[in-house]
Design a protein around this ligand. Structure first.
Ligand code: ZN
Length: 208
């Protein structure tokens, strides 16, 4: 099928490894009644990088530092690239955020305690954030899979990018550091959403 490239660019952000904590785990690691301290707001409204950093340990002797992202969530979630996971001796599945059933656990080490997460280690499924207005304008639907082309010296096309439509979101593609490095994007970049001639996504919306 002949593809036409949408004129509107999509901003790209690379997410370094990070952790979302539930209040119970936050208190176990930082002390009773602890509240996250905001370092800076993120591009997605309501989300912020916290000042807190945790040490995460897997099944190897090695550990890595993870930035905590706020606000607190219902469940603790540890997001990392395949490279980070191999370093830590963990084998996380590619999952949507919050889809944590059966995912591996990790040891979390904070200033006031060490805990083993119930589960929650994932390689976050590459995804687009957008709000309902942006989705309608571009022809995107929630959970749809699309392809994003990145131009430049390390040009490549990311397939099976999942669309996540939420009221308060802002249009942006989120990649992990392995994906960003492959496309030669350090922290921020841009790409193009590829849609088929009749406005259908360039990859099957039914996968998997
Ligand atoms: Zn995201």
């Amino acid at each position: 099928m002949k593809e036409k490239i949408l004129k509107k660019e999509i901003p790209i952000e690379v997410s370094a490894r990070h952790i979302h904590l539930c209040q119970k785990d936050l208190e176990a690691l930082f002390g009773k009644g602890y509240r996250l301290k905001k370092l800076k707001n993120l591009f997605q409204p309501g989300e912020f990088a916290a000042k807190e950093i945790l040490e995460v340990n897997g099944n190897s002797e090695k550990s890595l530092n993870f930035r905590v992202i706020g606000p607190v969530r219902k469940e603790t979630q540890i997001e990392l690239s395949k490279t980070d996971a191999i370093f830590l001796g963990i084998n996380p599945p590619v999952r949507d955020s919050s889809d944590l059933k059966g995912t591996p656990s990790a040891f979390l080490i904070g200033p006031k305690g060490k805990i083993k997460s119930k589960q929650g280690v994932i390689n976050n499924w590459r995804h687009i954030h957008c709000n309902f207005k942006e989705a309608k304008k571009i022809g995107l639907k929630d959970k749809m899979l699309v392809s994003i082309r990145v131009n430049g010296l390390c040009a490549l096309t990311f397939h099976n990018v999942k669309v996540r439509v939420k009221k308060r979101s802002r249009l942006c593609l989120h990649l992990d550091t392995d994906e960003g490095n492959a496309a030669n994007i350090k922290t921020k970049g841009s790409g193009e959403i590829l849609l088929g001639e009749e406005g259908f996504p360039s990859s099957s919306p039914s996968f998997p």
